[in-house]
Design a protein around this ligand. Structure first.
Ligand code: ZN
Length: 548
């Protein structure tokens, strides 16, 4: 009994269907396919397959009493405890969700069915995942939720649609421009399923004001500031400084955050007094990017030219591209640094994708998804210019790119080494700047983890249960297992074979007759079902509006 109205699931029908959620459906009015149709009193979820952008706010999450994801190949994101070996794909299986938790995983492969042990599950909302892959929701451990006006009037909602549209259900915000007052409210609304948003933990960025008084540059000031951020609702602290980042201050920040039972402290060390060894011994949760790791292996300072100036970003990034090459001259020292991190339980979130502009600037400014998905205000920020952080590429040279390519090779080798010795890797994109967009940058990060020599199944484990462990959320966000929170994504294609199928907008098949296929179809956050492609079409609509 397919419906053709603009709203279904209300009134009598809703009662009959046993669906409590009101399902708003504007697809018909907008020329898109109906997302839902009925079959034997169970509702079959149908994604609105269309290229037509739709207004922001059109797509609502569905929260059925009992959801069945039918017949997909699952990748559980789990594996040997610790950082090791990931579990293999299994399927087809029916995954049943009630009250935001996974309550059944039923194998429906021919052998299981013939054994008579597998009965097909029923529910009031059915997602047909036949031929699709089902994975746990992805994490972005290095997110920068934008300031509200960074991209038009609704930048935060735009970024949330890009993340959810790429299957990202959990964000660790590494210092938001939107302020704690607004973001703690967004965090609450997201937890209450009242807005379209990933789950988020908020890490307040340490003030980055050189050595100005009052900005947390002594241990006492630091303790006071941590208490202040805690009272404002911060979950954790992100410290990212230049040379004025003192070890005694970091130690005080970590201690105070631990005393207040906050999630912890993460660090972006850049070139500072504190290196990865000091930060790790101080007890930080994770080293972000890579700064501080090679530095800790050098016997003295990096071989800077005599006119080096840290505050000149172009020069700073240019010379950063030579650092690993110097450090690998001291392999024993490097080995000690990463062994120390592993012994202290310090995680590493490399954010490979954010520095790709340094490898090949022309590549990143000609990516096919830019026109449709990057907000014009962000594009303007990305234009090389003085005065905007990370937009330093005005005089980027062939030699700089060659140096950075070599830098990546050593960096990836040591990330692989850290991981293979049992170090805890997390997945983070740092997207928003340097030509990397929310969601798209995260998929790229998966590709680069694979390039570092890690099997795609292990990469998925890193992007899900290992990242949950980095955030201290592993008890509930434990991948696909009975009892775990139902953060799940249904993917059109096999991401283990090709991570590119995760790019929204069908860019895995760019320019072919399969264009429009691929991407995440459904993103499920704690049992709430979102049409992922529709969310991306909303982001596209928003960009289109603001371009006018
Ligand atoms: Zn960052």
């Amino acid at each position: 009994m397919p419906k053709t109205g603009t709203e279904i699931g209300t009134g009598r029908e809703k009662k009959e269907m046993g669906i409590r959620t009101t399902i708003i459906l504007l697809a018909a009015a907008l020329g898109a396919a109906l997302p839902l149709a009925f079959a034997n009193a169970q509702m079959i979820a149908r994604p609105a397959n269309s290229d037509v952008p739709i207004p922001m706010g059109t797509t609502k999450g569905l929260r059925p009493d009992r959801l069945v994801i039918r017949g997909g190949i699952m990748v559980t994101g789990r594996g040997t405890p610790g950082t090791g070996r990931a579990a293999p794909p299994e399927g087809p299986v029916d995954i049943v969700v009630e009250n935001g938790r996974i309550v059944d995983i039923i194998p429906v492969d021919p052998v299981s069915v013939a054994s008579g042990l597998s009965e097909q599950a029923t529910g009031d909302l059915i997602i047909d995942a036949t031929g699709k892959y089902v994975l746990p929701g992805l994490f972005d451990l290095h997110a920068h939720i934008p300031a509200i006006d960074r991209a038009g009037d609704d930048a935060i909602a735009y970024s949330f649609r890009l993340w959810l549209g790429h299957g990202v259900t959990t964000l660790r915000d590494a210092g938001t421009g939107a302020g704690l007052e607004r973001m703690t409210e967004q965090r609450r609304l997201s937890e209450a399923h009242q807005i379209v948003a990933p789950r988020m933990r908020l890490y307040k960025r340490w003030p980055n004001t050189g050595r100005v008084g009052g900005a947390g540059h002594t241990p006492d000031e630091a303790r006071r500031l941590v208490r202040e951020f805690h009272d404002q609702g911060a979950d954790g602290i992100k410290v990212s400084h230049g040379p004025g980042h003192h070890p005694d201050v970091l130690a005080a920040i970590v201690e105070e955050a631990a005393e207040l039972k906050m999630d912890g402290v993460i660090v972006d060390l850049k070139v500072s007094e504190t290196d990865a060894r000091i930060a790790s011994e101080a007890g930080v949760v994770s080293i972000e990017h890579w700064y501080g790791v090679p530095d800790a292996a050098l016997p003295g300072t990096q071989n800077f030219p005599t006119d080096y100036n840290y505050l000149d970003e172009l020069v700073r990034f240019r010379l950063a591209g030579h650092l690993w090459k110097e450090a690998v001259e001291y392999p024993d020292a490097l080995s000690d640094v990463i062994d120390g991190m592993i012994a202290e339980g310090t995680a590493w979130v490399p954010t490979f994708s954010i520095y790709e502009a340094n490898l090949d600037f022309m590549r990143v400014v000609t990516l096919p998804w830019r026109d449709r998905f990057v907000h014009p205000a962000i594009l303007e920020e990305w234009r090389p210019q003085a005065g905007v952080h990370a937009s330093f590429h005005s005089e980027w040279r062939t030699a700089d790119e060659i140096a950075w390519k070599e830098n990546y090779r050593y960096w990836m080798n040591w990330v692989h080494e850290f991981w293979s010795r049992g170090g805890l890797l997390g997945l983070g994109s740092d997207s928003g700047s340097q030509q990397s967009l929310y969601g798209f940058g995260l998929v790229r990060e998966l590709e680069l983890m694979q390039q570092a020599g890690i099997h795609p199944l292990d990469v998925i484990k890193i992007a899900t249960t290992n990242s949950a462990r980095v955030m201290g959320l592993e008890e509930n966000l434990c991948g696909i297992r009975f009892g775990c929170v139902a953060d799940l994504i249904v993917v059109d294609g096999n991401p283990i074979d090709n991570f590119k199928v995760l790019y929204g907008g069908g860019f895995a098949y760019y320019g072919t007759d399969r264009q429009g296929e691929g991407g995440v179809i459904w993103t499920i956050k704690e049992g709430e079902v979102y049409d992922a492609r529709a969310l991306l079409r909303e982001a596209e609509w928003y960009v289109e509006q603001d371009k006018r």
